[in-house]
Design a protein around this ligand. Structure first.
Ligand code: SF4
Length: 209
């Protein structure tokens, strides 16, 4: 059943770097079909960022929620992932309201550096050292995903574990370029700390776009 839609929400525009139908590659929903919306704009500045072309919001077209909705409804999934860039640089209420009215499950991937504005079914918090999460982001995290770059990051992971809910799913994922050396460290850590789980970027191994 479709709930009432506010037509003002349909006209709201966001800078969209890309949008595509694929499989979620990592984390708790790895392997699930999902429609991805990658918003442009990021002020976090991770040195190892693999989507630096997303940083400049002005480099990407402003697409209306209505247009995005048509693409999503044309796919067979009822799951949407809003990622970036840093999507929480924007008020996402309009986008969420429309998607929710069409019965779509809305996932968010964020660094937590900005207030989360919108209603989501699943929030993946992936803190970055370059711009710390704000306090309210921890309480909203359904999934905490820590990227392991070096050994110190395991302590950093534990510090963040202490800040999220006890029900938050805990994932460790290697920084891609360090994967050969880091997987052994991550596996050893998880065996000693079984509350944590391994997240693998399956889309990169399988060349799924
Ligand atoms: S938060 Fe994400 S998009 Fe922004 S710089 Fe870091 S890895 Fe890149």
């Amino acid at each position: 059943m479709i709930n009432t839609i506010n037509h003002n929400d349909l006209a709201v525009r966001y800078p969209v770097m890309e949008h595509f139908y694929t499989l979620q590659g990592e984390g708790a929903y790895a392997g699930y079909a999902a429609y991805f919306i990658r918003l442009g704009g990021c002020d976090v500045g991770c040195v190892w960022c693999d989507v630096k072309e997303s940083w400049d919001a002005n480099a990407h077209p402003q697409l209306a929620v209505e247009e995005l909705l048509h693409h999503m409804l044309a796919s067979k999934t009822n799951r949407v992932v809003i990622t970036g860039g840093e999507p929480c640089m924007y008020d996402l209420h309009a986008l969420c309201n429309v998607l929710r009215a069409h019965g779509l499950h809305i996932h968010l991937e964020t660094s937590g550096a900005h207030e989360i504005k919108g209603q989501f079914d699943w929030v993946t918090l992936s803190p970055k050292k370059f711009k710390a999460p704000i306090a309210s982001a921890y309480a909203k995290a359904d999934e905490l995903k820590i990227i392991i770059f070096n050994k110190h990051d395991f302590e950093w992971a534990k510090e963040h574990q202490a800040l999220v809910k006890t029900t938050t799913a805990l994932y460790l994922q290697t920084e891609w370029e360090k994967r050969d050396s880091n997987y052994t460290l991550i596996i050893d850590f998880i065996k000693a700390n079984p509350a944590w789980h391994l997240s693998i970027q399956t889309h990169k191994y399988l060349n799924i776009p």
